[in-house]
Design a protein around this ligand. Structure first.
Ligand code: NAI
Length: 335
């Protein structure tokens, strides 16, 4: 039976990278019925809503989405689409694997970087609880709960066990935020005790940033509250070539959305120059989540082979190929 997937192409280069990814996924032979829905600036112009009701209606049925970047208009009280989707669908795990692609020249290309980042996605300073106490004094509330901390820690350790990974590092600032980050650490320690085969350590976030830049190859799995997770996820992406390369997944108990983490790149939109690697790598994660492990591994391998050959890469990573030529090369590798 075909898998049903909600496809949100998004804005700017979104439709181009989405179309490329659909072609590559279809070429794996996995039967998929794509249900295309609009969200973002285009949806706002057409339906008067950033996230039209049909987006949620579709995800209620499919439970799985593949999403290109969407433009969130600045100001005017618009909530970020990604934040809205995460909240409404309870997507509490933000998962970002960070691996070096072969042949890609980065500052760290001679190191074997292979990180998996588990960022808590629903609370911390992203709760949006801010107010002006008196003129000139503003308070933002950092919310950390046992429930959310336990489930993100559990997600990280379950992944470690399933994938045979060695170490989970909890990142915190509990030396200063003794109660909130202290609770996060307490939960990580409690969960760690259930996984004796996985090493566990803790790093203060500033030290973690330095160590990640100096010795990225010594890290394995990271688990973090929302804000540190946001910052460290992008730092880690920078180690392997930037946001155009790395995939992302937002996962809850009942829904998952796989997305490119880069923006809509308005400067190159519609020119056939966009690099679809990030969304294709997100599709690799999506196929694994659907239980299509063989197709997931084949698409992953095809992307690595095209990078290793270096003949059909897009301009942002030093090549001359168009989005379509890169995608054709991936499809040829899939055989
Ligand atoms: P951006 O990621 O769109 O662009 C930054 C630079 O990277 C540009 O030079 C762009 O051409 C390049 N770039 C990005 N992705 C690329 C790709 N796949 N292939 C080749 N080059 C690529 O970031 P910017 O300019 O800050 O944001 C533009 C818009 O994107 C804004 O409206 C913002 O709200 C939205 N955005 C959406 C995100 C999402 O939906 N996940 C995430 C970040 C930004």
């Amino acid at each position: 039976m075909a898998h049903q997937i909600t496809l949100i192409p998004g804005d700017g280069i979104g439709p181009e990278v989405a179309e490329a990814t659909v072609r590559a996924v279809d070429a794996t032979g996995v039967p998929i019925e794509w249900e295309r829905v609009d969200a973002g600036a285009r949806a706002l112009a057409e339906y008067g809503q950033l996230i039209p009701d049909e987006v949620f209606a579709s995800l209620e049925v499919t439970h799985v989405g593949l999403k290109g970047p969407t433009a969130t208009p600045i100001g005017g009280g618009h909530q970020s689409i990604n934040v809205a989707l995460r909240k409404k669908l309870g997507l509490y795990t933000n998962f970002r694997p960070v691996r070096m692609l072969p042949g890609l020249k980065t500052r760290f290309h001679d190191l074997d970087i292979d990180l998996a980042i588990f960022r808590e996605n629903t609370e911390d300073l992203y709760s949006g609880l801010e107010h002006e106490v008196v003129p000139g004094v503003v308070e933002s509330l950092k919310i950390i709960t046992k429930n959310a901390s336990m489930r993100i820690a559990r997600a990280a350790f379950e992944y470690a066990r399933r994938e045979g990974r060695k170490k989970v590092s909890a990142i915190h600032k509990a030396n200063i935020m003794k109660l909130s980050d202290g609770l996060f650490l307490k939960c990580c320690r409690e969960v760690a005790a259930d996984y004796p085969e996985v090493q566990y350590n803790e790093l203060i976030v500033d030290n973690a940033c330095m160590q990640l830049v100096m010795r990225p190859e010594t890290f394995d799995i990271l688990v973090l509250p929302n804000l540190y997770g946001d910052i460290i996820s992008d730092l880690a992406a920078g180690l392997v070539g930037g946001l155009g390369i790395v995939p992302g997944a937002n996962i809850g108990d009942h829904h998952a959305i796989f997305e490119a983490v880069h923006g809509t790149a308005p400067d190159i939109a519609g020119k056939g120059l966009a690099n679809p690697t990030a969304l294709m790598q997100s599709a690799v994660l999506m196929l694994a989540q659907l239980g299509e492990r063989d197709a997931s591994a084949r698409l992953h391998r095809a992307i690595y082979e095209v990078y290793a050959a270096q003949e059909h890469l897009t301009g942002d990573v030093g090549g001359k190929a168009s989005t379509g030529e890169f995608t054709d090369a991936i499809i040829r590798q899939l055989g």
